[in-house]
Design a binder for this molecule. Structure first.
Ligand code: 5MM
Length: 338
């Protein structure tokens, strides 16, 4: 596969009016989500839940791609169509989470390093054969007393770049996800400083690893007040700080930026995205790659019951549609009630 086709895939992932569904919860995370609706996390329930999301009629109008977990990439619809084929036939690009999770960084209490580089070349080859055309790797950065350290930021940036280079070698577009967590009492300004440092190191490592920026998508956190900070920034302040930070550190060769939601409410994540797009004059597409902010209302409406299937699909379609409108700056909060 040529660099041109990587760029084409990347552009399709961030096409106007569309964004990405992050449905790549690992087994421990999906168990937590299912626990919240008192539903057992077994293979059958996980298949049915993901089938509910993927077979939502009309979702392809707003969803460009879906990030799958290893188990999900190997699963099929109840009619026996592999999920990857089902999505591709709809024009939705299948993707795959390839990191092996964030583990404690030895020698650096409270900090994490994402693992999964060993054997990645071989796994990417297999995933490409199974239909995946993009991948995702998430670095997790915690803000706290004396952290993050420069060492932790650098180690994670290096791993992200090694992953991205391997993806492009395999004909797979890398989603590069350096997530600065919103957990904690820190201010918006502190989040901006840490995000800026991490983005700067990430793009420097991507350059050193000869990653083609036109064939990747960045998945960052928004610049936001810590969830326990006594002073919470307004929607306009979050939009301004996030765009200021991204403009300073993300080269315009990157076709698009697809945010994670990071624990924001579904409505906040949509309002922030819409406010950023309303600022205009952006060198890259700004869209979503939400997990919780797209799925939380759908998970609740489904409730693990067949009788909740249609309600779950309606809730998912609503969030997909409103976020699609947010990418075009056409979202209004009054639409939530419609
Ligand atoms: C879907 O959530 C992913 C969780 O992965 P793990 O199960 O391995 O923890 C996560 O990587 C997700 O893709 C991004 O963080 C975006 O999700 P949110 O919920 O933050 O929008």
């Amino acid at each position: 596969m040529t660099a041109q086709s990587l760029a084409e895939i990347a552009r399709a992932m961030v096409a106007p009016g569309k964004g990405i569904l992050a449905a790549d919860e690992s087994s421990p995370t999906i168990k937590k989500r299912f626990d919240s609706i008192s539903t057992e996390s077994n293979e059958q329930n996980r298949q049915r839940y993901r089938e509910m999301l993927f077979t939502t009629e009309g979702m392809a109008e707003f969803i460009s791609g879906v990030i799958l977990y290893d188990e999900t990439l190997r699963q099929s619809t109840s009619d026996g169509v592999p999920f990857a084929k089902y999505l591709s036939d709809l024009g939705v690009i299948p993707g795959i989470k390839v990191d092996a999770g964030a583990k404690a960084l030895a020698g650096y209490p409270g900090e994490k390093i994402t693992e999964g580089l060993d054997g990645l070349r071989e796994r990417l080859k297999e995933y490409h054969g199974l239909g995946a055309r993009f991948a995702k790797w998430r670095a997790v950065i915690t803000i706290g007393s004396g952290i993050p350290t420069a060492f932790c930021l650098q180690a994670n940036a290096h791993a992200l770049a090694r992953y991205a280079a391997l993806c492009q070698e395999a004909g797979i577009v890398p989603i590069v996800e350096p997530e600065v967590l919103m957990d904690g009492g820190h201010t918006l300004a502190r989040c901006e400083a840490v995000t800026a440092d991490m983005l700067s190191r990430t793009f420097s490592e991507l350059h050193r690893h000869r990653v083609d920026l036109t064939g990747m998508v960045l998945k960052p956190n928004m610049v936001i007040s810590g969830s326990e900070c006594s002073s919470q920034a307004s929607v306009a302040e979050v939009a301004e700080a996030t765009v200021r930070c991204l403009k300073a550190y993300v080269p315009s060769a990157v076709p698009g930026i697809a945010f994670l939601s990071g624990g924001q409410s579904a409505e906040d994540a949509t309002a922030h995205l819409a406010a950023m797009n309303a600022l205009g004059g952006l060198p890259w597409a700004l869209t979503f790659s939400y997990g919780r902010a797209l799925q939380a209302p759908a998970l609740k409406a489904w409730g693990g019951q067949e009788s909740g299937f249609a309600a779950g699909q309606a809730a998912f379609l609503k969030r997909a549609r409103l976020n699609g409108l947010a990418t075009l700056a056409k979202y209004r909060s009054e639409m939530e009630a419609a």
